[in-house]
Design a binder for this molecule. Structure first.
Ligand SMILES: [Zn+2]
Ligand SMILES: [Zn+2]
Length: 389
């Protein structure tokens, strides 16, 4: 174990300032204009070649250093629609928007790595493509960058990503080959029956009663249709029906999300949702129509690249601080679209306790700046490992 790369003191101070500046100015999906300008200005000042306008606000910095392979390192830049409640000096100046997932920290760490590697060309040989993507939360900025030709213009051989991970101690890193984060699907189920007087239910079809039975029955998909060793989550998160006290509504709309790891399970859940909803509704004379949309694929690490990431991480934190068999998360990540196109590895970098609102997407969350030198050291060691001279 080598520990963190040397000479990081000044850079860590700079990264902390950048991170807090970004934190104070959060921007959401495809509107990360100030953030994009900030990143472009920094990359150019380090001497990197900057390409802007991928997925609107996304951008890429290229660091070339002799003949060698081309590899992609990726960070996300977007914030969330949350009202910040931290009361920190650097808390959000944009009401209703907040860096509650630590993408401010991810951006600062990748910028730090870009500067460090520019200043230490002796460490690697080849080309590094620093990818700064917009709209990781919900809108799939990673997908849009890929669709707009990210890897055609910058044909990297491998691609790597990371996320800070509250609940994992600072100084620990978790990674594994195979799926680390789930596929994220959404659904909307519309029930159409015949509304009636609430005192005369026999005159119509009660879509609230039918919807309630469907909500319960959908839970049997994970427990009775999916293999017990496989994983699936079906969550109904919205149930909209009715406007007043004494009318049974003629329509109801249910919405929610499905999480799975394997395509076979994803297919099974989608099919069973349609069958269960249609059959239950039909039993009561109600029509069910299901709209099912696949949003993010699972985030799946390839074996060879995970081994490279493991070696780089071990140099920074030591073998004993690696968690090589973490429980995958049912959260989702749009780095998955890049991993569909290129082999690579996505890791979790320990960010400390997750209690007292220090978990991701909490209005009390703030990125733990103690992670900055660790994440940057990982990127540097990864460049050394993947682009060894
Ligand atoms: Zn998030
Ligand atoms: Zn995130």
């Amino acid at each position: 174990m080598d520990g963190m790369v040397t000479g990081l003191e000044r850079l860590t101070a700079d990264m902390t300032a950048w991170r807090r500046d970004l934190h104070a100015h959060p921007e959401t999906a495809f509107e990360e204009q100030r953030t994009s300008d900030f990143v472009a200005e920094k990359l150019a000042s380090f001497g990197l070649e900057v390409h802007r306008g991928l997925a609107k606000t996304g951008l890429v910095g290229i660091l070339r250093n002799g003949d060698g392979p081309m590899v992609g390192f990726r960070a996300d830049m977007d914030a969330l629609h949350i009202h910040e409640e931290t009361n920190l000096p650097h808390s959000s100046r944009n009401p209703g928007r907040m860096h509650a997932c630590g993408h401010d920290g991810h951006t600062a760490m990748l910028l730090g790595a870009a500067r460090y590697l520019t200043e230490h060309p002796d460490l690697f040989r080849g080309t590094i493509v620093f990818i700064f993507q917009p709209a990781e939360e919900n809108e799939g900025g990673g997908r849009v960058m890929v669709e707009e030709g990210l890897f055609d213009r910058f044909p990297v051989e491998k691609v790597f990503g990371m996320h800070n991970w509250p609940g994992l101690e600072v100084g620990r890193i978790a990674l594994r080959p195979g799926p680390l984060m789930a596929a994220y699907d959404i659904f909307e189920l519309t029930l159409t029956g015949k509304g009636t007087h609430a005192g005369m239910p026999h005159m119509g079809t009660d879509t609230i009663m039918v919807g309630s039975q469907i909500v319960s029955a959908l839970q049997t998909i994970a427990s009775r249709s999916v293999h017990p060793i496989d994983s699936a989550v079906v969550s109904v998160t919205q149930f909209h029906a009715g406007d007043t006290w004494n009318v049974l509504p003629g329509t109801a709309v249910l919405r929610g999300t499905v999480r799975t790891f394997r395509p076979e399970v994803q297919d099974l859940v989608q099919r069973r949702m349609g069958e269960v909803a249609t059959a239950i509704a039909a039993g009561f004379g109600v029509e069910a129509s299901l709209r099912y949309e696949r949003r993010y694929p699972p985030t799946t690490n390839s074996a060879a690249e995970t081994e490279l990431a493991r070696r780089a991480a071990a140099r920074v934190v030591g073998e004993e601080a690696l968690d090589l068999d973490p429980m995958p998360s049912m959260g989702a990540e749009d780095f998955s679209f890049m991993l569909q196109k290129r082999p690579g590895c996505y890791i979790w970098v320990g960010a400390g306790p997750s209690d007292q609102g220090r978990n991701l997407h909490s209005p009390h969350y703030d990125f733990n700046d103690a992670v900055l030198p660790i994440g940057t050291s990982y990127w540097v060691r990864l460049a050394e490992t993947v682009l060894s001279k």
